[in-house]
Design a protein around this ligand. Structure first.
Ligand SMILES: C[S@@+](CC[C@H](N)C(=O)[O-])C[C@H]1O[C@@H](n2cnc3c(N)ncnc32)[C@H](O)[C@@H]1O
Length: 263
């Protein structure tokens, strides 16, 4: 879900380049079973929690509305969601724009669940594929817009990831994302170097208090979470919940929108 330290891969895990990019596989296999995790987010976010899409990360209704506003898609355009997880955020933004959706994630169980949920949510035309930020397998200039929620922080080779976003995006198309920015990562410089112009850089509303509240809720409910998710499924979020709060204040959660420069 987000940034922590050490093995759990977060602000210091963001600072920790050896985080396994597929480390959420066991969690994803069980997420749908955890009413406790949904309760924790509901209590921390109130009405801003988009419970119906069961996201994994810290996305809010306000974030999704802002992403929707910034992607700049015409109806029927193609939206690619990188690090889509179980698909919810991309499905919601695509529905709003009547866009075609392609979701990409490194975890096969999440991609399979996203395809199943897209049928449940009435988006049978959406497509989900196993792939990486650094190698999506999608054709060049095939996306009218690219979005990504709380995923880029996990990617070890960010220049390669941004080069891939640039390749799949049409010239003039937008890349809109949320991620965390530790001191040693300069997204503006990375995006500029990759051929983008950064147009929006803002902290997401109230992110720190909410994230702390979620971590406190996870720690307090360790027993129930282990029961619902299984010990291995729960481990990754319990570790993050213990480690992330120490480094969170210096690792803002940002919403960024960048335009692919025209040749
Ligand atoms: C915190 S989750 C967010 C999932 C989803 N965007 C959401 O908000 O519900 C981060 C996602 O990034 C994916 N991820 C990590 N490294 C990746 C990579 N190199 N390429 C594609 N996806 C990656 C993870 O598997 C995970 O699904």
């Amino acid at each position: 879900m987000t940034a922590t330290t050490g093995t759990a891969g977060t602000p210091a895990g963001i600072a920790e380049p050896q985080v396994a990019e597929d480390r959420y596989a066991r969690f994803y296999a069980a997420q749908a079973r955890s009413g406790t995790l949904r309760r924790i987010y509901r209590e921390a976010y109130g009405e801003d929690y988009p419970e119906e899409i069961d996201p994994f990360g810290f996305v809010t209704r306000a974030d999704l509305a802002r992403v929707g506003e910034l992607v700049g898609l015409a109806p029927g355009g193609t939206l690619v969601d990188l690090g889509c997880g179980r698909g919810g955020p991309g499905l919601l933004v695509a529905r709003e724009h009547r866009a075609r959706l392609v979701g990409v994630d490194v975890v096969p169980v999440a991609v399979a669940d996203a395809a199943r949920r897209s049928r449940e949510l009435g988006r049978a035309g959406a497509r989900f594929v196993v792939g990486s930020f650094t190698g999506t397998g999608l054709p060049a200039a095939s996306a009218d817009a690219v979005m990504s929620i709380d995923a880029l922080w996990m990617v070890q080779d960010k220049p390669a990831a941004l080069a891939e976003v640039h390749r799949i995006l049409v010239p003039g198309g937008r890349f809109v994302l949320t991620t965390w920015e530790p001191e040693h990562v300069d997204h503006r410089a990375l995006l500029t170097e990759a051929g983008f112009e950064l147009e929006v850089r803002e902290e997401t509303p109230d992110w720190l208090a909410r994230q702390r509240a979620v971590y406190a809720g996870i720690t307090a409910a360790a027993g129930e979470l282990a029961e619902e998710l299984g010990a291995e499924g729960a481990e990754v979020i319990l570790t993050e919940a213990q480690q992330a709060p120490r480094v969170l204040a210096g690792t803002p959660r940002l919403l960024l929108a960048a335009r692919r420069r025209r040749p």
